[in-house]
Design a protein around this ligand. Structure first.
Ligand code: NAD
Length: 499
């Protein structure tokens, strides 16, 4: 589908689109061919302040909207996404460089599913009432617990799943009755903008406000603003630390979804056909730019040689090409900086004595030379202490490490700062559960990879973050408990006799 982008997109504040207060914009391009797509507004400190004020102005009425009515709005948003799925998928592909089959079958439908899930989630929210009959001065009482929205939330999302990560943030905010000031990545702002254009008539003005601009400016203005009651961030561990510091200084909570270096563990008794498919889903999906990518691949010695041979063949067969072609399996990295970062890790791997078994360089055949394409890469002769086995590369690059025993692989899997994803491949269910429990990570798949539908909690252990998203538990993070404590007796406490 051809997309007619506007020449310039503004900020969405208080239900209206407007230029940045100083009129500045930044350029957005398609990383697959370098073509200019549009200009977006570079938000100033004043714009962020206006967005916070608009959100607080909307909050009193929005928090009183009945759960059934909020649920209806979320379902309508999901319908609107489904009706415009082709457009949203095309926008995301053009802006990000990911292939159209991924945006069509994953990013967009998973986003709409998210709004539908949280439409249901709202209706499950219940308070409680408990009779307390305690001795001493309390007497007979009724404790009523309600969950109330927090207020205005600052939300910052990354470039790797720009629309889906925004859906992860916005669906629970709307469900909980909060208001948002959300900032997309300046690398990929367009899908969130087009989405808001499509749904603006469904939400009251000011409930969602959108800021575009660079992290170091617009992002920093969000961190510095005193008007937020919560921050929610998805992105790198490095920036996540700044978010945590900003939240600590304001004494407000922060949900942090950060980076990873996840262990993808193959035992000798795995289903071999599934294994290679799972390896590719784990590291090639989204050009390897996935927080929970299966980038550290552990293979048991009995199948190691066969596994590496099959993996090389599979990686070399992957179809890399025009991102708008439904047959393209791997697209462009998001920008030149990512290609440089990945290439630098290939050099590090060579210096560390590892072997580049396939790939290891930029793809430049034909039109690929115009974009930020990198060949699917497998690095062997790797030990777990090497930098390529410890640090997040964020590209289609898997390191393969041989292991002998279950204890040995668990120890290696845990010898890493991160703990976001991971998988174990085996036909032995007892071993699968043992290993899944022993690996220190927020999500461990068994005989599958990179499945993140709404309905199961997703989030990190260790340096991969704080808090969970994508299931009911996030509703607690966007609400707070109100306790109403009712005296059921007409007696005085007797503590200060009145005679
Ligand atoms: P990033 O941390 O560079 O940027 C993320 C967002 O933060 C962007 O909107 C950016 O503009 C903003 N930002 C940057 N500096 C800022 C600052 N000083 N103050 C405020 N905001 C600032 O991350 P990225 O490169 O966009 O995304 C890739 C990273 O995101 C990877 O590390 C990946 O693992 C992680 N990620 C994690 C999850 C998860 O669920 N755990 C999901 C997707 C991506």
């Amino acid at each position: 589908m051809a997309v007619n982008f506007k020449e310039k997109y503004g900020l969405f504040i208080g239900g209206e689109w407007r230029d940045a207060s100083d009129g500045k914009t930044f350029d957005v391009t398609n990383p697959a061919n370098g073509e200019h797509l549009a200009y977006c507004a570079e938000a100033t400190e004043k714009d962020v302040d206006d967005a916070v004020k608009a959100a607080w102005a909307a909050f009193p009425a929005w928090k009183e909207v009945q759960p059934q009515d909020r649920a209806a709005i979320l379902n309508k948003i999901a319908d609107r996404i489904d009706e415009n799925a082709e457009l949203l998928a095309a926008v995301e592909t053009l802006d990000n460089g990911k292939p159209i089959r991924e945006t069509t079958f994953i990013d967009v439908p998973w986003a709409s599913e998210h709004f539908r899930y949280f439409a249901g989630a709202i209706l499950t929210q219940q308070g409680s009432a408990t009779v307390l009959n305690t001795p001493n001065i309390t007497g007979n009482a009724l404790s009523i617990v309600l969950r109330e929205p927090i207020g205005v939330v600052g939300q910052i999302v990354p470039w790797n799943f720009p629309f889906l990560m925004a859906a992860w943030k916005l669906a629970p905010v709307l469900a909980a009755g909060d208001c948002s000031v959300i900032k997309s990545s300046s690398t990929t702002p367009l899908s969130l903008i087009v989405f808001l254009e499509l749904i603006q008539d469904l939400i009251p003005a000011g409930v969602i406000n959108m800021i575009t601009g660079k992290g170091s400016k617009a992002g920093q203005y969000i961190l510095d603003h005193p008007g937020f009651r919560k921050l929610a961030f998805t992105g790198s561990t490095e920036v996540g630390l700044s978010i945590a510091r900003a939240a600590a200084e304001k004494l407000i909570p922060a949900t942090l979804e950060l980076g990873g270096k996840s262990a993808n563990i193959y035992f000798d008794d795995c289903n071999f056909d599934q294994a290679i498919d799972g390896l590719q889903v784990g590291i090639l999906f989204n050009q390897g730019q996935v927080c929970c990518a299966g980038s550290r691949v552990f293979v048991q010695e009995g199948i190691y040689d066969k596994f590496v041979d099959a993996a090389i063949k599979a990686f070399e067969k992957v179809k890399q090409g025009d991102t708008m072609d439904m047959n393209t399996q791997i697209g462009s990295q998001v920008n030149e900086a990512q290609v440089k970062k990945i290439a630098s890790y290939i050099e590090i791997a060579k210096q560390e004595g590892a072997t580049i078994a396939c790939g290891g360089e930029r793809a430049t055949e034909g039109d690929l030379a115009k974009g930020c394409y990198f060949k699917p890469t497998l690095i062997t002769n790797v030990t777990n202490d090497m930098r390529v086995a410890q640090e997040e590369i964020f590209g289609p690059v898997a390191v393969v490490i041989k292991f002998k025993t279950e204890d040995e692989v668990i120890k290696m899997a845990n010898d890493n700062d991160y703990g976001l994803g991971g998988a174990v491949w085996t036909r032995d269910i007892y071993k699968a559960i043992r290993v899944a429990r022993a690996v220190e990570t927020g999500r461990m798949w068994v005989n599958t990879y990179n499945q993140i539908p709404a309905g199961a909690p997703f989030g990190g252990y260790k340096k991969s973050g704080i808090g969970r998203e994508t299931d009911l538990s996030i509703m607690d993070a966007y609400t707070q408990q109100k306790n109403i404590f009712v005296n059921l007796s007409e007696e005085t406490t007797g503590f200060y006799p009145q005679d």
